[in-house]
Design a protein around this ligand. Structure first.
Ligand SMILES: Nc1ncnc2c1ncn2[C@@H]1O[C@H](COP(=O)(O)OP(=O)(O)O)[C@@H](O)[C@H]1O
Ligand SMILES: [Mg+2]
Length: 181
C-alpha cells in the first residue's frame, strides 16, 4: 500500500512537472492484462461480485503496465466507493479503431459539484477514512488515458456510476504507415 502511494505521488510529479506520463508502448493482447487486474482485486475482495465481459479480439498499441494501473484504479474505486451489495460490471471492446473499457458500480449518483473536481489531484469525496486513498487515482488514470490519445468519461445516475476509457487502438496513431496512402 505504501509503495503504491509513493508511486502515485511520483506519477503526480511526473504529470505536473514533465510533459505528462511517459509510456513504453508495445503491441498488446489486452485481455490477459485486464484478467490479471481482475484476479488481483478479486483476491483482495473475495466477497464482491465482479462481472466481466471482454471482447478485445484485436491488439492494442499501448503501455500494458499503465493500462493495468488505470484499470486497477477504476476497478478499485468501483469496489471501495460503490454499493457493496451490488455487482461491479466491467466491459472491454475493440471496435471501429477504438479501445473501450468501462467499469460500472451501483450506489448513489455522484453529485454535480463533485463531478467537476473528481479528476483533480487530491480530490476525495466526503466519505473517506484514514485507510483510504490519496485522491490521486482518477487524476493518474486520466493522465494515462491522455498519454494514449484517449480520455475517461463519467456517466453517473441513480441506476449506476460508470467510468469509460476510450482511446484509439493505435495509441496515438504511431502504428500507421508513414508512407502516403
Ligand atoms: N466508482 C465510483 N463511485 C463513486 N464515487 C467515486 C467512484 N470513483 C471515484 N469516486 C469519487 O471520486 C473521488 C476521487 O477518486 P480517486 O481519485 O480514485 O481518489 P480516492 O479513491 O483515493 O479517494 C473518490 O474519493 C470518490 O469520492
Ligand atoms: Mg481511488
Amino acid at each position: 500500500r505504501m509503495a503504491k502511494m509513493i508511486e502515485s505521488v511520483m506519477d503526480l510529479a511526473r504529470g505536473r512537472l514533465g510533459g505528462g506520463i511517459s509510456l513504453s508502448k508495445a503491441i498488446t493482447a489486452v485481455e490477459p492484462v485486464l484478467d490479471q487486474v481482475v484476479a488481483e482485486l478479486v483476491a483482495a475482495h473475495p466477497e464482491r461480485r465482479i462481472e466481466t465481459n471482454f471482447e478485445v479480439e484485436r491488439p492494442v498499441f499501448c503501455d500494458p503496465a499503465r493500462i493495468a494501473q488505470l484499470f486497477s484504479n477504476l476497478l478499485g474505486n468501483a469496489i471501495s466507493h460503490g454499493a457493496p451489495d451490488r455487482p461491479v460490471r466491467v466491459e472491454a471492446t475493440a471496435k471501429a479503431e477504438m479501445f473501450e473499457l468501462s467499469v460500472a458500480n451501483g450506489g448513489a449518483a455522484i453529485p454535480e459539484e463533485a463531478r467537476r473536481r473528481l479528476f483533480q489531484p487530491f480530490y476525495r469525496g466526503e466519505a473517506h477514512g484514514p485507510s483510504q486513498g490519496l485522491g490521486l487515482g482518477l487524476y493518474i488514470a486520466a493522465e494515462i488515458a491522455k498519454a494514449h490519445g484517449g480520455s475517461i468519461e463519467l456517466d453517473s445516475s441513480e441506476a449506476e456510476t460508470k467510468f469509460i476509457l476510450r482511446m484509439p487502438l493505435e495509441g496515438d496513431g504511431s502504428l500507421r504507415p508513414h508512407s502516403a496512402p
